[in-house]
Ligand binder design. Structure first.
Ligand SMILES: Nc1ncnc2c1ncn2[C@@H]1O[C@H](COP(=O)(O)OP(=O)(O)OP(=O)(O)O)[C@@H](O)[C@H]1O
Ligand SMILES: [Mg+2]
Length: 336
């Protein structure tokens, strides 16, 4: 086993504290469109993000990853819980009061085509956040945009072209430039490479990693599977049906996954061996679909698909509990 990891960046200053966040979407029914139930997209999620680290958030479609990201950025209001950014509670702020924080928190979306206005040139797209958020002059905006284009690997002479004239990977570079032009502290990357060819994915991931170091960025990096977040993350949180079921430093998660769901996610990707000490993992196959977030299973949300479920799992909901030395937490009765 590798030694504990004393020098990880997350040992330092906290940037973000997510405390018991819930996001329930009302379900309307009947002719009067009354609320007849709730879809629990995010259901009591807590974790912290430290300055300079990358926290990967992984889980299958519908587990609540994007909703969590949007709530953290206050693009959606939380149903309950608090979000503290640099120690300040931003969860209850009005739209106007939340605006200054928008500079510090940006999002990069999965679909670089859909999220870019096709009628705007690259220069306009990249300068727009400066126009909205700063009082820089036209010449200053242009200068900054050109510098940012070069930073993300786009050619300055392409600045008057339109998004459709670029490849998917280049469009994602435009989105990244837009997100970074106002010097945010936190960037939430919602599956930023999922729509790209595998060969391009690595280039964009490497770019994001380099920019993180250069600009001292903190990333929350959302992905479907554990292979994409492997290199970029310091810690990884695994979500299932609106809840974090395991969160740990990357080495601990890949080499010693504890939750049967995490073990199943690992079994579904080609062999990962981070440091050559990969232990023989039990191969767990996850079958069936994610249960409904409107009527989640009693007790542990994963128990209906868990090969190790026992009686208690249907009765008690397991809390995220610290196991071992590393900041390794798991919500599973096998360990409590
Ligand atoms: N605006 C909305 N209104 C109602 N339900 C929503 C809304 N947005 C998301 N949901 C539901 O919340 C749940 C979580 O969705 P979310 O998009 O956060 O999942 P995800 O993990 O990002 O999935 P994917 O990997 O497909 O992007 C899903 O059941 C989804 O249908
Ligand atoms: Mg999503």
């Amino acid at each position: 086993m590798s030694s504990p990891t004393p020098n990880l960046p997350f040992k330092d200053e906290k940037l973000l504290d997510v405390l018991h966040i819930k996001k329930y979407f009302p379900i309307k029914g009947g002719i009067f469109k009354r609320t007849v139930g709730h879809l629990k997209a995010v259901d009591d999620v807590s974790f912290s993000v430290y300055k300079g680290e990358t926290v990967g958030i992984v889980g299958e479609s519908g587990s609540g990853k994007s909703t969590l990201g949007r709530v953290i950025l206050r693009l959606l209001d939380p149903t309950d819980g608090e979000i503290h950014f640099e120690g300040k509670d931003i969860s209850g702020l009005t739209a106007r009061k939340v605006r200054p924080f928008r500079r510090d928190m940006q999002m990069v979306f999965q679909d670089p085509f859909g999220s870019l206005n096709s009628k705007m040139s690259v220069a306009e797209l990249i300068e727009e956040p400066l126009l909205v958020q700063t009082s820089l002059s036209k010449a200053e905006r242009k200068e900054k945009a050109i510098a940012m284009m070069e930073k993300v690997g786009l050619r300055a002479e392409d600045r008057l072209k339109y998004p459709h004239e670029f490849s998917g990977g280049q469009r994602q570079r435009i989105s990244i430039a837009r997100a970074l032009i106002i010097n945010p502290k936190l960037v939430i990357c919602d599956e930023p490479v999922s729509a790209l060819d595998v060969s391009i994915q690595a280039q964009v991931l490497n770019l994001m990693k380099d920019l993180q170091d250069e600009l001292s960025l903190t990333y929350l990096f959302i992905a479907h599977d554990l292979s994409v977040v492997k290199h970029i993350s310091d810690r990884i949180a695994v979500m299932y049906l609106g809840r974090i079921v395991e969160i740990a430093p990357k080495q601990a998660l890949y080499n010693n996954a504890l939750h049967p769901y995490t073990q199943g996610l690992l079994a579904s990707i080609p062999e990962v061996d981070l440091d050559g000490t990969n232990q023989k993992r039990e191969k767990i196959r996850i079958e069936g679909d994610l249960p409904s977030a409107v009527h989640p299973p009693s007790g542990c949300p994963f128990r209906t698909r868990c090969p190790k479920a026992h009686e208690r799992c249907a009765v008690d909901r397991p809390d995220l509990t610290k196991v071992g030395e590393d900041e390794h937490f798991v919500a599973c009765h096998l360990y409590t």
